[in-house]
Design a protein around this ligand. Structure first.
Ligand code: SF4
Length: 240
């Protein structure tokens, strides 16, 4: 880990940024999905790569389990290191992600990458996924049924990757992953647990990069950096 305290979040990002795609204030299903009670053996890296690839290619890419399949250009499965210690989870793809088939591209992705680098990682060293794998039309709120249909893919991604820490980005992702009803302002910065796998994974909710870009204040940047530092400390503790 490099320079944990040496690089401010969002350094180099202009104060005035026009961002149209933002965190979607939504109703999301509050249930975190099927709770695993029996710990599965941790996969070796080649097994993880194969399992993720198979899920993407044989299930997600052709998935028609909810109506979001009708408007997508392509699915956005997720990407990154299958052995990543930190997994970022957002609520769903936006227009850029739908077009490119990758999570967190465009301005939000640029800021997330800066945050990741400030934490001492390259983007390729962490894993990034979304709760729903297809873009809701006009970036609308993912509906409960859509989240229900898709959430098992995320649960299985988490189960395969077994990150040491999950960082949820924005309120909707936090609500789904944690099964809580409180808004992001209330729960960010506090440790929670994702109980969908066993052992449960620590979760740190923080603001969505698009929100931060829209409200790029010193106070908000400090809050996010505080959240990210807590995640880093947890990873360091776990790895020590
Ligand atoms: S959002 Fe998820 S459940 Fe719905 S069609 Fe896409 S991959 Fe399938």
């Amino acid at each position: 880990m490099l320079g944990v305290n040496s690089v401010p979040v969002g350094e180099g990002v202009p104060e005035q940024v026009d961002v149209t795609a933002g965190p979607v204030p939504v109703h999301v299903h509050a249930e975190p999905g099927v709770v695993a009670t029996v710990p599965l053996p941790v996969m070796k890296r080649p097994e993880k790569i194969a399992a993720l690839s198979t899920m993407d290619e044989q299930e997600v890419r052709n998935c028609t389990k909810c109506v979001l399949c009708e408007g997508r250009i392509q699915t956005v499965f997720g990407e990154g290191d299958p052995d990543a210690p930190i997994m970022f989870v957002g609520e769903g793809p936006g227009q850029n992600e739908d077009e490119q088939g990758r999570p967190f591209v465009g301005r939000s992705g640029d800021l997330l990458e800066k945050q990741v680098q400030a934490m001492g990682f390259e983007r390729s060293q962490i894993y990034i996924a979304n709760v729903v794998k297809c873009r809701p039309p006009n970036n609308r709120t993912p509906l409960t049924g859509e989240v229900d249909a898709c959430s098992d893919y995320l649960r299985r991604q988490i189960e395969i990757i077994r990150p040491k820490v999950i960082i949820t980005l924005g309120g909707p992702a936090a609500k789904l992953v944690l099964g809580v009803k409180e808004g992001i302002t209330r729960i960010r910065g506090q440790w929670h647990e994702y109980p969908g796998v066993s052992p449960a994974v620590p979760v740190m909710p923080t603001f969505h990069p698009a929100f931060l870009l829209r409200q790029y204040t010193k106070e908000n940047r400090a809050k996010v950096w505080s959240d990210l530092k807590k995640a880093l400390e947890r990873v360091g503790q776990d790895s020590s």
